[in-house]
Design a binder for this molecule. Structure first.
Ligand code: NAD
Ligand code: LMR
Length: 334
């Protein structure tokens, strides 16, 4: 991809929020597209956050970033998404006391359906979308459904943070650097049901499960310690830090988008509309191991999953189906 001729327009929703604040300065500094590409930032938040959003735009101006062509603030997604090449959909309705899961899906459907339509109205042909706002997979499903005319595969959700968490835990358990690790994968939903898999992972070229076994960490360590630690890390951060992941989420979102645009092959995990791979119902936005190359991603196919992996994937996909069925019954996929 060569964006050098004109600035790349990046939209960030929830731009007055915490992850917004952690991601915008990095985008403006050129961390997504490199040192030769001018960036135009379109910041979207709700009207109540307009003043805070203005303050963020003022701070971005005060950095005098050489690559920052312009910053514009919006409360209307149609205007914010006009001509957009990359969209980080971060803003979402948090769960509040007394809110049932269906209420949360309904409140978020009301955000992501109009945003999908607004993207269909005016986004650029090479649009790429990553949904960060939770429940991220199902919010991406809703946005993709309403983004009529945009190829579905352009709508993805973030499980790169889970992938990075899995890398960090494995590196720690095997006392190696994360750079020595390959083949870790996140399967399923960005939720506690996700399946962080070490089945095909290697550490310095040796199967990770063998390296772990040599350190006295067998299947029960994987099942009882590694998987829950990765899958429940978001809740652990909330408990320990007193707020949900912000810096690590912003970092993961940049890596997700940057690798998607990479010319060179990169193996990672992304939640993407299923093609039917591994028996996952077509269209569900599910995390898979993917290979990014030439500005596209493809699901890494042909892995022979063992029974344990199949069962874990199935359980997380059941949760995705239940979320999909709830939004269907709420009329959000009409
Ligand atoms: P935050 O509450 O600090 O900010 C959210 C922002 O979104 C607020 O400024 C709010 O006004 C805005 N917003 C709400 N509705 C909007 C709408 N319709 N349009 C535009 N903006 C809107 O939250 P945060 O810490 O920045 O987190 C944002 C989301 O990211 C949450 O849903 C959180 O659960 C999720 N998250 C996902 C991951 C992941 O790995 N997928 C990791 C961390 C957090
Ligand atoms: C995370 O994985 O850190 C977040 O999705 C947690 C949350 O509920 O915001």
């Amino acid at each position: 991809m060569n964006h050098k001729s004109s600035p790349v327009t990046i939209a960030v929703t929830g731009a007055a929020g915490n992850i917004g604040y952690a991601i915008l300065f990095r985008l403006a500094a050129g961390e997504l597209l490199g040192p030769d590409v001018q960036v135009r930032l379109n910041l979207l938040d709700i009207p109540d956050a307009a003043q805070a959003l203005e303050g963020v735009a003022m701070e971005l101006a005060d950095c005098a970033f050489p690559l920052l062509e312009s910053v514009n603030t919006f409360s209307d997604p149609v205007r914010a998404f006009d001509g957009v090449n990359c969209a980080f959909l971060i803003g979402a309705r948090p769960r509040t006391a007394g809110m049932e899961r269906a209420d949360l899906l309904s409140a978020n459907g009301e955000i992501f359906a109009p945003q999908g339509r607004a993207l269909a109205d005016g986004a650029a042909d090479d649009l790429r979308v990553v949904v960060v706002g939770n429940p991220a997979n199902t919010n991406a499903l809703i946005a993709a459904h309403h983004g009529r005319g945009i190829p579905r595969e352009r709508f993805t959700a973030l499980t790169r943070l889970d992938h990075n968490r899995a890398l960090a835990q494995l590196a720690q358990a095997t006392e190696t650097g994360v750079g020595e690790i390959e083949g870790v994968a996140i399967w399923g939903n960005h939720s506690a049901s996700q399946y962080p898999s070490l089945e095909f992972a290697t550490v310095a070229g040796v199967p990770a499960l063998e390296v772990l076994k040599a350190r006295g960490k067998d299947h029960s360590w994987v099942e009882d310690e590694f998987i829950p630690r990765v899958a429940q890390r978001g809740a652990e951060i909330i408990r320990v830090r007193g707020g949900s992941s912000v810096g690590s989420a912003a970092h993961a979102a940049i890596e997700h988008m940057r690798d998607w645009m990479s010319d060179e092959p990169v193996e990672t995990s992304m939640a993407v509309p299923s093609t039917g791979a591994y028996g996952v119902e077509e269209g569900l936005v599910c995390s898979f191991p993917v290979i990014c190359e030439g500005g596209e991603y493809r699901i890494r196919e042909g892995l022979e999953l063992g029974e344990f992996s199949k069962a874990r994937l199935r359980a997380s996909v059941e949760e995705l189906k239940a979320e999909r069925d709830t939004v269907l019954s709420l009329g959000l996929l009409a």
